[in-house]
Ligand binder design. Structure first.
Ligand SMILES: C[S@@+](CC[C@H](N)C(=O)[O-])C[C@H]1O[C@@H](n2cnc3c(N)ncnc32)[C@H](O)[C@@H]1O
Length: 458
């Protein structure tokens, strides 16, 4: 673990068979749908785009410029979806995927692609998405923040699937499927989370996880302590015994929450929450609350979002447990953190109090409901870090009416970022800079921070 995989060297490679396991399952009659493809570019979502007989073709685990033999899987809305059979001439950026599950497990998309080149490709995908979906021609620089490309995930949601032999498959969904790929280890997970996964693979656990549907793990910043959330159809007593055994036997596990299907409140065993430190702040994270899932770039991300401005009022919208709220409170006279999740908003209150930050107000509301009633205009800064669906016109309209001086948009989804930025630009905002944080190497996910300033008309 911790390897990056070496480049296979520039130039043409011949007949590299990929995706070998699925190759075995292809019926010979279906091979007539195989054809050669030279993809032109990578698109958001992990696929490469090429053309065959005038039709667009999307293929995973392929790189622009290389020659592949691919096989048609299906056609939907004029787009042909294919899977790679062989690399006939490899791109220089192609590397050997180090993980034996790559191609079957849906968790990673780019292990065949050198990590540095992944970040550069993501930057181009971001530019193109902004242009295509937001009509924003961003030709200025997009600085890339990158870190070690393996063992970075401090959080994971393992799926659990019962097997006919009474055991379970424990891992991630296969791509485009709800079948679970049974994993021994995962090279993007932190060492501690891999140790917990390895322990759960022991025969004595396998038969006991049958009622679980999902096991979520969050490791702390030192990669020592772990919070587990078990979701499933177990009864209260069964959940209690399972949780106590997890606390007693799994390495580093200090807090276990059980969420029974049909019950809204989780039961918590061991410590009530995990504490995660970023820079000088220590954040309490209770079960069920969002916390960032990539550990190496967090201090840089916090600095980029909170570091440059100061003033009297800042709003931190979609605040979670306060990752950005607390550092903002050192620079602004008042900071309001808005978070819809009640437990996360309660953690935010606790976190502010623990740090003696009396200038923080935590509001447990949706951003829309908060903005509908919030009357104070011209905040000096608004930070917003929405889920993948973005902010949307309804909420942005309310935000525009407040006339904020500066905005920091933290986005995990270029398509919704493009849509929202277009709206903000039309409302008189000016995009000042965009930075890319490659929080999730080996996957197609793109995180970025867009800084905006208000023009007078906004
Ligand atoms: C991507 S997370 C960001 C959290 C925080 N900024 C961080 O970095 O830890 C988005 C957060 O928004 C919350 N959320 C989702 N929809 C919301 C809404 N409509 N209004 C307010 N908060 C919402 C989620 O519970 C989650 O905590």
């Amino acid at each position: 673990m911790g390897h990056t995989g070496g480049r296979r060297g520039a130039g043409v490679q011949s007949s590299t068979q990929i995706d070998g396991q699925r190759e075995l399952s292809v019926h010979p009659d279906r091979r007539h749908s195989a054809f050669e493809l030279v993809p032109q570019k990578l698109i958001y979502g992990g696929d490469a785009l090429g053309h065959y007989q005038g039709r667009p073709v999307l293929v995973p685990r392929a790189l622009p410029g290389e020659r592949l033999e691919v096989e048609e899987i299906r056609t939907a809305r004029g787009v042909l979806r294919a899977r790679p059979l062989k690399v006939l001439a490899a791109a220089p950026e192609r590397v050997e995927a180090p993980c034996r599950y790559f191609g079957r497990c849906g968790g990673c998309h780019y292990q065949h692609f050198h990590a540095k080149d992944q970040s550069v490709a993501k930057r181009e995908i971001l530019r193109e998405t902004l242009r295509r979906l937001g009509r924003i021609s961003w030709d200025s620089e997009i600085p890339i923040h990158a870190a070690h490309p393996w063992n970075y995930r401090n959080q994971a949601q393992f799926k659990v699937e019962g097997r006919a032999d009474g055991g379970v498959n424990l891992g991630f969904f296969a791509s485009e499927s709800h079948r679970v790929v049974d994993l021994d280890a995962c090279p993007i997970l932190s060492p501690r989370l891999n140790a917990v996964l390895a322990a759960l693979r022991a025969p004595e656990w396998s038969g006991r996880l049958g009622e679980c549907r999902e096991i979520e793990m969050l490791a702390d910043d030192r990669d020592e302590e772990v919070m587990l959330t078990l979701r499933g159809a177990f009864g209260t007593e069964q959940g209690k015994v399972l949780a106590q055994d997890c606390l007693g036997c799994l390495p580093g596990v200090v807090c276990v929450a059980t969420e029974e299907e049909g019950r809204c409140a989780p039961q918590v065993w061991g410590k009530a929450a995990l504490v995660y430190a970023v820079k000088e702040f220590r954040y309490q994270v209770s079960p069920g609350c969002f916390f960032q899932a990539s550990r190496f770039l967090l201090p840089e991300l916090v600095e980029a979002v909170t570091g440059e401005t100061a003033g009297s009022l800042a709003l931190d919208l979609f605040a979670g447990v306060g990752l950005f709220t607390l550092p903002l409170a050192q620079r602004f006279a008042t900071v309001i953190g808005v978070e819809a999740g009640e437990r996360a908003a309660a953690d935010l209150t606790t976190n502010a109090r623990t740090h003696g930050l009396n200038n923080v107000r935590a509001v447990a509301q949706t951003v829309y409901d908060f903005l509908r009633r919030f009357a104070q205009t011209s905040p000096d800064l608004v930070v917003f870090d929405p889920p993948r669906g973005g902010v949307g016109a309804r909420t942005l309209e309310l935000l525009a009416a407040l006339r904020p001086k500066r905005l920091q948009y933290v986005s995990c989804s270029p398509p919704t970022l493009a849509r929202d930025l277009e709206f903000l630009q039309k409302g008189g905002c000016h995009v000042e800079s965009i930075e890319l944080f490659d929080l999730f190497p080996q996957t197609y996910h793109i995180e970025c921070v867009a800084r905006l300033v208000s023009k007078d008309s906004f």
